[in-house]
Ligand binder design. Structure first.
Ligand code: SF4
Ligand code: SF4
Length: 163
């Protein structure tokens, strides 16, 4: 995994043009069975990929925190929501709550998430490769393949299966 993570930025950069073209075509003409295919590719990939040997998403990009996330996590940490916000979050350029610093404060040394059961929805759903109408998040996916080995592999497999 370590070697793959080192190579990933270059691999993703080399595929960037091809991926943009592929997702443009996908958006214009999504195949009927895309939701089923994505479910299958996502499940297959995460049988092989061990997130605990990676945690690159937690180290390099943080989630956004919805109000519901804040309420749930603050309760879990026995903090007032406003205190939780002041301690860990900031507002970004899109007016969303994001982490003040990276790697994520809640990432343990063993790559375990210290708030796993109540983690933000965005963390639970990352890298979103099993969501319905996957063609609608192409812009995000093209970015995610730069940091997530699983997303990179899934997109490569998609191209093989659909082209
Ligand atoms: S979701 Fe992707 S980036 Fe995050 S830990 Fe798993 S493989 Fe790594
Ligand atoms: S909250 Fe947990 S899953 Fe989300 S970025 Fe932090 S350590 Fe990773």
């Amino acid at each position: 995994m370590e070697d793959f993570l080192k190579q990933l930025p270059k691999l993703a950069k080399d595929k960037n043009k091809e991926n943009k073209k592929f997702f443009k075509q996908l958006k214009n003409k999504p195949p009927k069975q895309l939701d089923v295919l994505m479910q299958e590719l996502h499940e297959d990939e995460f049988k092989r990929t061990d997130c605990l040997s990676c945690a690159n998403c937690c180290k390099t990009t943080g989630p956004l925190f919805t109000d519901k996330d804040v309420t749930r996590i603050a309760k879990f940490l026995k903090m007032k929501p406003q205190h939780f916000i002041a301690t860990y979050l900031r507002i970004d350029e899109d007016n969303d709550y994001v982490l003040q610093s990276l790697p994520c404060t809640f990432l343990g040394q063993d790559n375990m998430c210290l708030i796993y059961d109540v983690r933000p929805k965005a963390c639970a759903e990352f890298p979103h490769t099993d969501r319905r109408k996957f063609q609608q998040i192409s812009h995000l996916t093209i970015k995610n393949v730069e940091i997530c080995p699983a997303a990179y592999n899934i997109v490569e497999e998609m191209k093989k299966r659909l082209q």
